[in-house]
Design a binder for this molecule. Structure first.
Ligand SMILES: Cc1cc2nc3c(=O)[nH]c(=O)nc-3n(C[C@H](O)[C@H](O)[C@H](O)COP(=O)(O)OP(=O)(O)OC[C@H]3O[C@@H](n4cnc5c(N)ncnc54)[C@H](O)[C@@H]3O)c2cc1C
Length: 391
C-alpha cells in the first residue's frame, strides 16, 4: 500500500510523503504540466503504508459541508511597525510571528524564492536576520522536502506553509511524536500556478522589458506602487540588478491574469478540502480582503486561531500588533468561496504553456476577445440590460 492508491482527493504536491518515506522510495519533481508530483519507485517500496498516513489524498470532505471556521476567533491585525507592513504581503502578521519565535529560540521554516534554481523551496532559518528571505507570498509551488527532512527531534519550530503542506506536516510530526515542539501556521490559499506559467512570464519580461532570464529577486507583492496593498504589483530584479515593476492592478498583470482567471492552478487546488472544510494549522492568516478593510492603504492580515496553542501563540505577539476583533460574517465576506472553479480553458492553456507560443499570444487567444467585449459599449450595454431585467 502506497500513495498510488486512489484516495478522496488528488495529490496536492505538498511533498510530505517524500519526507516520511523511511526507504527513500519516493522521488519528487515537476511534471510536464509544471506541478510537483511524487513518484514511487516500485523496487524500493516495501508497501509499509507510511506515506499514505501523511497524505492529503485520503482526507474526506465533511458531509454535509460545514465551515470549519464557524466557531473560531477571527481578527484583523497589522504590525505596529509600518516598515514591516509595507514589506509584507498583507499586515505583516506572518513576519511578526516568525520574528518573535525566532528570538525565543525557535527555528523558523518558510518559503524562499530560490534564485539559483529559479524556483521556490522551504528553508529552515536559524537567525532573525535571515527572516527577510521568507517574508511575503511567492505565488509558486514550494518544494518542502529538503527543509521538512531536516527537522530534528528536540528542536522547536514555527512552520508556515500552504494548508496542504501543513496538513501533511501535522500528520508527520504526530507519527513522530514531535507535535509538542511545533507551531503550525497556514494561510487561505488560492492554489499555486504552474511553473510553466512562471517560465513564460519570465520570457515575456525578457522580450518586452529587457530583463535577463536569470532573476535574482522577485516580490510578488510589491506595495511601493500607486495602488499599494489593494492592487499590488510584481517586482522582478535580474542578475545585473535591472528591475521591472509590473506597476498595474492584479487584473492588468499577465501573470495574475492567468492565475486569477483560474486557468493554471494544480487540479487538486480546485477541490481543496483544506480551504474551508478542514484546517490543520494552529493559526491561519490571510489578506483581509472584502468590505471591512476595503479602503486600507498598506494592508491588513486576517487571523484565525484554530487551536489553544494557536490562541496562546497569537496572545504572545499581540504587543507587536494593532488588532481589531472581527467575526464570521467578515470572514465569509473576505474568503467565502468553498472552491474556486477551474476555467473551462484550463486544459488547453496548460498544454499551450508547454509549447512555443508566447504568453501574450496564449492570452489573446483565450481571453482578449472576452475582455474586449466586457469593456466595449456592446458589452456594457448587454450587462446593463441584464441588470435591468433582474430588478
Ligand atoms: C500560493 C499562495 C496563495 C495564497 N492565496 C491567498 C488567498 O486566496 N486569499 C488570501 O487572503 N491570502 C492568500 N495567500 C496568503 C497571503 O498572500 C499572505 O501570505 C497573507 O495575507 C499573510 O500575509 P502576511 O503579511 O501576514 O505574511 P507574509 O509576509 O506574506 O508571510 C507569508 C508566509 O507564507 C510563506 N509562503 C510564502 N510563499 C509560500 C508558498 N508558495 N508556499 C508555502 N508557503 C509560502 C512564507 O514563508 C511566509 O512566511 C496566499 C499565499 C500564497 C503563498
Amino acid at each position: 500500500m502506497n500513495i498510488n492508491q486512489a484516495g478522496y482527493n488528488l495529490c496536492s504536491g505538498c511533498g510530505v510523503c517524500v519526507t516520511a518515506c523511511p526507504y527513500g522510495a519516493i522521488t519528487f519533481d515537476l511534471n510536464t504540466d509544471g506541478f510537483y508530483e511524487p513518484v514511487v519507485n516500485a523496487e524500493k517500496c516495501i508497501d509499509c503504508g507510511i506515506c499514505t498516513k501523511v497524505c492529503y489524498k485520503y482526507l474526506p470532505a465533511k458531509e454535509p459541508f460545514e465551515n470549519t471556521f464557524q466557531e473560531k476567533p477571527v481578527y484583523g491585525a497589522w504590525s505596529k511597525n509600518i516598515e514591516t507592513v509595507k514589506t509584507s504581503s498583507s499586515g505583516g502578521v506572518g513576519y511578526e510571528l516568525t520574528a518573535y519565535f525566532s528570538e525565543k529560540g525557535y527555528k523558523v521554516c518558510g518559503c524562499i524564492f530560490d534564485a539559483p534554481c529559479d524556483n521556490c523551496k522551504h528553508i529552515i532559518v536559524e537567525t532573525v536576520g535571515d527572516l527577510e528571505k521568507i517574508k511575503t507570498s511567492k505565488y509558486l509551488q514550494s518544494n518542502t522536502v529538503e527543509a521538512f527532512s531536516g527537522f530534528k527531534k528536540n528542536e522547536k519550530y514555527l512552520v508556515i506553509g500552504t494548508p496542504c503542506q501543513i496538513y501533511g506536516l501535522r500528520k508527520y510530526i504526530r507519527l513522530k511524536k514531535w507535535e509538542e515542539n511545533f507551531i503550525l501556521v497556514d494561510f487561505f490559499c488560492h492554489g499555486t500556478p504552474s511553473f510553466n506559467l512562471w517560465k513564460k512570464y519570465k520570457e515575456y519580461l525578457h522580450r518586452k522589458h529587457g530583463l535577463s532570464l536569470t532573476l535574482k529577486n522577485v516580490n510578488f507583492r510589491e506595495k511601493n506602487v500607486e495602488s499599494k496593498w489593494q492592487n499590488n504589483a510584481i517586482l522582478t530584479q535580474d542578475s545585473s540588478d535591472k528591475e521591472w515593476v509590473q506597476n498595474r492592478a492584479f487584473s492588468e498583470n499577465l501573470f495574475f491574469k492567468f492565475f486569477l482567471n483560474e486557468s493554471c492552478q494544480n487540479k487538486a487546488c480546485y477541490e481543496c478540502k483544506l480551504r474551508l472544510d478542514h484546517c490543520a494549522s494552529d493559526i491561519r492568516i490571510a489578506d483581509f480582503w472584502g468590505k471591512k478593510y476595503a479602503g486600507n492603504e498598506w494592508g491588513v492580515s486576517l487571523v484565525i486561531t484554530n487551536t489553544e496553542k494557536g490562541e496562546q501563540t497569537f496572545d504572545e505577539i499581540k504587543p507587536k500588533l494593532e488588532i481589531e476583533a472581527a467575526n464570521f460574517d467578515d470572514l465569509q465576506n473576505s474568503q467565502g468561496k468553498r472552491f474556486n472553479v477551474p476555467n473551462q480553458k484550463r486544459e488547453a492553456i496548460l498544454k499551450e504553456l508547454q509549447g512555443e507560443k508566447t504568453l501574450e499570444k496564449i492570452y489573446r487567444k483565450h481571453f482578449a476577445l472576452k475582455e474586449w467585449y466586457r469593456k466595449s459599449i456592446i458589452g456594457r450595454g448587454v450587462s446593463f440590460i441584464k441588470r435591468r431585467a433582474l430588478k
